[in-house]
Design a protein around this ligand. Structure first.
Ligand code: GEK
Length: 243
């Protein structure tokens, strides 16, 4: 059971947000009260894996945190001889993820490794999930990462990319930032906590527009792209490599 996230109640734990032990302890509570639709997205990643994971391939979870997306896939993949590779560059997250896997009952093999996804190899993948991870990668490194994923996917393979997004129209952008903050207030965060967290994420989480994502994904070679989930400034996209 996750502890309640009160990290920003008292003051700033760090000037910039970091994925350390303190965050790990409250992470499931933090992400589900901060990202509208998070539990739906996690469940649907599992459903997509039931359709898209192919026999004798790997399903990758890049920036896996405590492994929620991996574990959802692990319970729904039907393909024979498929295994999951979950990667995160936070030691604290990787340790927490390994503990979650140890308690999990599914029998699909799952490897959890502490790695910077910018340096990882992606090979023989039928699915690659980046559930709210690309937003933490420096923008100038994002093209190369998406191209590497495209190269590592088998024909017919799928990328699922969930991101906090920015709107091109500044009035709409402000509207949906406001709606997101109201969502967080309704989840029990105070205005002060919300504004402290916003400052901590300022230089760390860099959202892009849906057009920027679409252009990068199609530019990498994917033959199909669309948005399958959106709530305010949070969206999840799919891209498929031609079979
Ligand atoms: C979930 N996917 O629950 N290499 C590896 N990991 C990274 C890197 C990197 N370069 N940059 C950031 N991370 C999860 C939620 S959280 C999203 C993902 C959030 C990791 C970072 O350590 C953290 O665990 C994760 O990406 C982002 O479905 O906190 O908003």
């Amino acid at each position: 059971m996750s502890e309640k996230d009160t990290l920003y109640l008292e003051g700033l734990p760090h000037a910039d947000f970091v994925f350390d032990d303190q965050v790990v302890a409250v992470f499931p509570d933090m992400i589900s009260r901060s990202v509208p639709g998070y539990s739906t997205i996690i469940a649907m990643i599992g459903s997509l894996s039931a359709e898209y994971a192919l026999p004798n391939t790997f399903c990758y979870d890049l920036g896996c945190s405590l492994g929620a997306a991996s574990l959802s896939m692990r319970h729904q993949i039907k393909a024979e001889n498929c295994s999951i590779i979950a990667l995160d560059n936070s030691e604290a997250m990787v340790q927490g993820c390994r503990e979650a896997v140890a308690k999990d009952s599914a029998d699909i093999p799952m490897e959890v490794r502490c790695e910077n996804i910018l340096e990882s190899h992606v090979t023989n993948a039928s699915m690659v999930v980046m559930n709210f991870t690309l937003q933490f990668v420096q923008p100038q490194k994002r093209d190369a990462l998406i191209s590497k994923i495209y190269e590592g996917l088998v024909p017919g393979g799928m990328l699922i990319l969930s991101e906090k997004i920015r709107f091109e129209d500044s009035a709409l952008n402000e509207l949906f930032i406001g709606m997101h903050h109201r969502f967080k207030e309704a989840q029990g965060y105070s205005k002060l906590e919300i504004s402290r967290k916003r400052s901590a994420l300022e230089n760390v989480l860099v959202p892009e527009t849906l057009s920027q994502h679409r252009e990068r994904i199609l530019g990498a070679g994917f033959s199909a792209y669309d948005i399958w989930f959106q709530c305010f400034n949070f969206a999840s996209m799919v891209a498929v490599k031609e079979s």
